[in-house]
Design a binder for this molecule. Structure first.
Ligand code: ATP
Length: 247
């Protein structure tokens, strides 16, 4: 893999809280255009891995590189300006704002430094977001707090796109969504965006959904990486499923 294809690299990254190790010497690399599913049971360290990438809390050791820059311990906003956007668990939308206002605010957020990093030729605008998510256009005057779970996830995704990020990181996007909403928001929209060149990382408990959209999967178990490969290889590995993903 050439350096320009490589967006993110973890080299022996350990992370923890209050001296307790939660992630243990993780090595991984993420290439442009991949849809990477980060899987594992409750407490396996999925959120900690995403938070390590954005330097959002855990104590870190090892080395994290984003687009060739060594970003370990950089402030989160500087890491984001390299073209990464995080949609946190619970979606992080302001409940009192109308959908349109929430999206408009996202267009004002600071853009990545220098050149545009959006993978598609045209930048994300409000019009383009409303074309991609017609449901948000219908609901543009509704308060964000009145949205369904699926609509709120679309709003969070749209806000991330409006920062012109080329890499979107989603923490448990299917959590609390009805099956139809999972299908519409995640399988439909995420697959479409990935087909246009967006790089996506999603931490998920919903293994079946994640494997439908992912091009690659990692499995964490008690902070160690126990699998890194294709969704097909993971789906075929029943013993690994049983041991590290089964409920
Ligand atoms: N801020 C924190 N302070 C202390 N311990 C934490 C903190 N955040 C997470 N942990 C611990 O780290 C471990 C991994 O948590 P993490 O949230 O990364 O797992 P996860 O795989 O995302 O699980 P879930 O699916 O439940 O979100 C757990 O034992 C958790 O209790």
């Amino acid at each position: 893999m050439s350096n320009t294809d490589q967006l993110v690299r973890f080299e022996s990254v350990s992370a923890g809280y209050g001296g307790v190790t939660v992630l243990d010497r993780i090595d991984l690399s993420l290439a442009r255009g991949e849809v990477l599913a980060v899987l594992g049971r409750n407490g396996a360290g999925k959120t900690t891995l995403l938070n390590a990438l954005f330097n959002l809390g855990p104590e870190l050791s090892g080395r994290i590189t984003v687009k060739g820059e060594s970003v370990t311990n950089w402030p989160t906003h500087r890491i984001a300006r390299l073209g990464l956007a995080l949609v946190p668990q619970g979606r992080g939308v302001f409940h009192t704002l109308a959908v349109h206002e929430s999206l408009r605010l996202a267009t004002l957020a600071r853009k990545p430094a220098g050149r545009s990093v959006s993978p598609s030729a045209s930048p994300w605008t409000l019009d383009r977001v409303y074309r991609e998510f017609p449901r948000l256009h219908e609901r543009r005057l509704a308060s964000s707090g009145a949205l369904s779970g699926g609509e709120r996830q679309m709003l969070a995704l749209a806000r991330a796109l409006l920062t012109q990020a080329d890499t979107i990181v989603l923490d448990e996007p299917s959590e609390g969504l009805a099956p139809l909403a999972v299908e519409e928001v995640l399988v439909h929209h995420v697959s479409r965006l990935a087909a246009e060149g967006l790089t996506v990382v999603l931490a998920e408990q919903n293994v079946a959904m994640a494997l439908r959209v992912a091009t690659r999967a990692l499995v964490l178990s008690a902070g160690r990486m126990v699998f890194d490969g294709t969704p097909a290889a993971l789906a075929a590995d029943h013993a690994l499923h049983q041991e590290h993903l089964g409920v």
